[in-house]
Design a protein around this ligand. Structure first.
Ligand SMILES: [Zn+2]
Length: 249
């Protein structure tokens, strides 16, 4: 089930909008942090608030330094983010990919990306180590998703992802033995289903910054995206911080 959180606390079940025409009118944006009416840079934050909280370890885990007791901007906060169990996972989104996230966020992360199947490769005690394992595995697997391809119907078999995990694990054991102790022995495979009435082969992303009204029939929701009848998609997560009216017909 997908829920839309509005006014900070209320929620609507978005699955109920499937097969219905919806209209979204975008008015203006409010930064979730400072509450000023400013353009949103990312994740609902204005430029100022985003860069106040942003530090390089967020996007480049191999540059994390809290495990060395060193700070980028705020050691207490960075320790909270970095010094906890992290997972290196292999998933299929538009392709097989590798990624990392904190252990307590794994299911959210996978669904947010639109993963259809996933397996855990390694578990580490901090973000830096997970980032390093991801980095050495990039030789075998991409860390990127091609959003245009995540709406194509796929049927990935469990044994395919298992054999990729075995291949990557062997690579780590043979080349980076020091990191092999973090490999995750458990082979539980996670499968995800999304509410989609019709898959599409060629998705067209709507840039809503120039499009103040979205009026279309909703035929699916996957990852961060709403999928419409005419093969257009909207990254709904990027609308965080927008003040809007939402109508269902
Ligand atoms: Zn702000």
């Amino acid at each position: 089930m997908y829920y839309l959180i509005y006014n900070y606390k209320n929620k609507i079940n978005l699955n109920k909008f499937l097969n219905k025409t919806i209209k979204i009118i975008l008015y203006y944006t409010i930064c979730l942090s400072c509450k000023n009416l400013l353009p949103i840079l990312k994740d609902g934050y204005c430029k100022f608030c985003y860069y106040k909280n942003f530090y390089i370890g967020i996007y480049h885990p191999t540059k994390c330094i809290a495990h060395l007791n060193k700070e980028n901007k705020n050691l207490i906060k960075e320790k909270e983010i970095e010094l906890k169990d992290h997972i290196v996972y292999i998933s299929y989104t538009s392709n097989f990919k590798i990624g990392i996230t904190s252990k307590d966020n794994i299911l959210n992360r996978l669904m947010d990306q639109g993963a259809v199947i996933a397996i855990l490769l390694a578990k580490t005690p901090n973000r830096y180590l997970a980032g390093y394992i991801e980095y050495i595995c990039k030789k075998l697997l991409s860390d990127r998703t091609n959003y245009r391809k995540i709406f194509i119907r796929t049927n990935i078999k469990k044994k395919s992802i298992l054999s990729i995990k075995n291949k990557v694990s062997t690579y780590i054991i043979n080349n980076f033995i020091k990191y092999s102790k973090y490999l995750y022995a458990c082979n539980i495979i996670y499968k995800f289903k999304y509410p989609i009435l019709k898959y599409i082969n060629k998705a067209l992303l709507l840039r809503y910054k120039n499009k103040k009204i979205i009026y279309n029939k909703l035929i699916g929701i996957k990852g961060q995206y709403l999928i419409f009848y005419d093969n257009t998609i909207v990254n709904f997560r990027n609308l965080i911080g927008h003040v809007m009216d939402l109508y269902i017909y």
